[in-house]
Design a protein. Structure first.
Length: 269
């Protein structure tokens, strides 16, 4: 009798041990597998502003205008603050997998270029996502992180718009070194536009009708504006000449004046 019982007991013991030790088919263990039917994090269709990127423990703050949106059609698209980019994006539960970036390359100031270099390194491949309210953190396998915050659209009126690039025709140029964040403008409820041209403070009547802004006479301070500051001011004055067409895209603004002189600006943070 003892021998007859020992065989099935041994078999049962082995089966129990096998059941306890079983995991996913790839050997990663049940604790690391995505639960069946786990929902994807609600991070698509949101305008995410880059706050910072941390590489090897060193944190780099994001420039104004750096943002990304992950679309429901499987794309990540946005700007690193100077160059625009796009990539495939797959969301699976709390994991975002990004394909190789396609980029529109222009020269950037050193600070923005440093952030962009780190962003291209970290904002790629397989990233774990952690969502806490409006804050999103993406973490690479090596422990580097991308910190983002969801942002609501910015209205034309009442927003401080910081000029980040100057455009003539199809040619876009970032603001020259030393003039970054100097030029800004705010359209007010009392029908004016006020700000700084990159050198002098200014104001002017501004009537918004549809996609047009009709500007009155510009009054400005009288500082001498030489070098790159003068170049920025001359470009803005060429844009803000009588009638301007505006295009508002979430937290970005483009103004087009005569002779296809344009500027792009981002909402202040």
């Amino acid at each position: 009798m003892r021998n007859e019982l020992s065989v099935p007991l041994t078999v049962l013991a082995l089966l129990a041990l096998a059941a306890c030790g079983s995991g996913s088919e790839d050997g990663s263990g049940s604790g690391s597998a995505k639960p069946a039917g786990a929902p994807d994090l609600p991070i698509t269709g949101v305008h995410w502003t880059f706050d910072s990127i941390t590489v090897d423990g060193k944190k780099t703050s994001a420039p104004a205008g750096a943002h990304v949106e992950i679309t429901e059609k499987g794309r990540a698209q946005g700007s690193y603050g100077c160059n625009r980019f796009g990539a495939t994006a797959k969301l699976d539960g709390d994991t975002v997998t990004l394909g190789p970036s396609e980029m529109h390359l222009v020269g950037c100031d050193p600070e923005t270029d440093r952030f962009e270099t780190n962003a291209k390194r970290v904002f790629a491949g397989r990233l774990k996502a952690q969502l806490a309210g409006k804050k999103l953190t993406l973490t690479s396998a090596g422990g580097d992180t991308v910190a983002l915050t969801s942002q609501d659209p910015a209205p034309l009126i009442g927003t401080t718009w910081t000029v980040d690039s100057l455009l003539t025709g199809d040619i876009a140029e970032p603001l020259p070194a030393g003039t970054e964040k100097s030029a800004r403008l705010t359209f007010t409820k009392d029908g004016k536009v006020r700000g700084n041209l990159g050198c002098n403070n200014f104001s002017a009547p501004a009537k918004v009708t549809g996609s047009k802004i009709t500007l009155g006479r510009i009054t400005a301070t009288r500082m001498m504006c030489a070098g790159t500051a003068g170049q920025v001011e001359a470009h803005l004055l060429a844009v803000l000449d009588k009638e301007v067409t505006y295009n508002l895209l979430h937290r970005g603004l483009t103004l087009t004046g005569p002779a296809d002189k344009r500027l792009s600006a981002v909402a202040g943070r």
